[in-house]
Write a protein that binds this ligand. Structure first.
Ligand SMILES: CC(C)(COP(=O)(O)OP(=O)(O)OC[C@H]1O[C@@H](n2cnc3c(N)ncnc32)[C@H](O)[C@@H]1OP(=O)(O)O)[C@@H](O)C(=O)NCCC(=O)NCCS
Length: 148
């Protein structure tokens, strides 16, 4: 079944918070030390998720009415991409990313930028991104991809 993409609504906050938390603890922790993953997961509170919903443009991928993952953008910046572990590895994260890129392209954005956590760097490099600067002190990789 193909995912359906829709804008997130305020009522999605709890599910999106849980997706972020479990994706970091169960997926990201395969590529970074468990204590780093735990610290990253703890950085956001449910109230912080509600704030993200107000401040960012968040899109969710749904399968059969179930929210499988979400991605957030602001201008030309990808602010986050998270897949519920039970939906990971099925191409949904890649297609949600491609959907966000198409949206930006249609708005005239020429280059999408992001900071990749080291566990997700290969995921982005395989999708046309390149590292634009050395790893930051907190371990993220500044990356970018030309959109046109
Ligand atoms: C990065 C992330 C969003 C990718 O989502 P996804 O839906 O699993 O992505 P896809 O299925 O499109 O691609 C995952 C890749 O892992 C492979 N894969 C295979 N089995 C897998 C599994 N059980 N779990 C995860 N990935 C698997 C896929 O084949 C694919 O390989 P490719 O990159 O060589 O094409 C997801 O892993 C995630 O939420 N990670 C934790 C949070 C995170 O790091 N976010 C990025 C922050 S910068």
């Amino acid at each position: 079944m193909n995912p359906v993409y829709r804008r997130a609504a305020p009522g999605d906050a709890i599910r999106l918070f849980e997706i972020r938390r479990t994706s970091i603890l169960e997926l990201a922790s395969k590529g970074i030390p468990a204590d780093e993953a735990a610290a990253w997961a703890m950085k956001l509170t449910p109230a912080g998720m509600e704030q993200k919903l107000r401040e960012l443009e968040i899109w969710v991928a749904e399968l059969d009415g179930v929210t499988a993952g979400w991605g957030a953008i602001r201008g030309s910046y990808l602010e986050g991409l998270y897949m519920a572990p039970e939906f990971a590895g099925r191409g949904i994260g890649g297609s949600l990313l491609a959907t966000l890129e198409s949206l930006m392209r249609s708005r005239g954005v020429r280059e999408i930028r992001a900071e990749a956590s080291s566990n997700a760097l290969d995921f982005y490099l395989q999708r046309g991104y390149r590292a634009t600067a050395p790893q930051t002190p907190d371990g993220a990789w500044p990356i970018a991809k030309q959109l046109q």
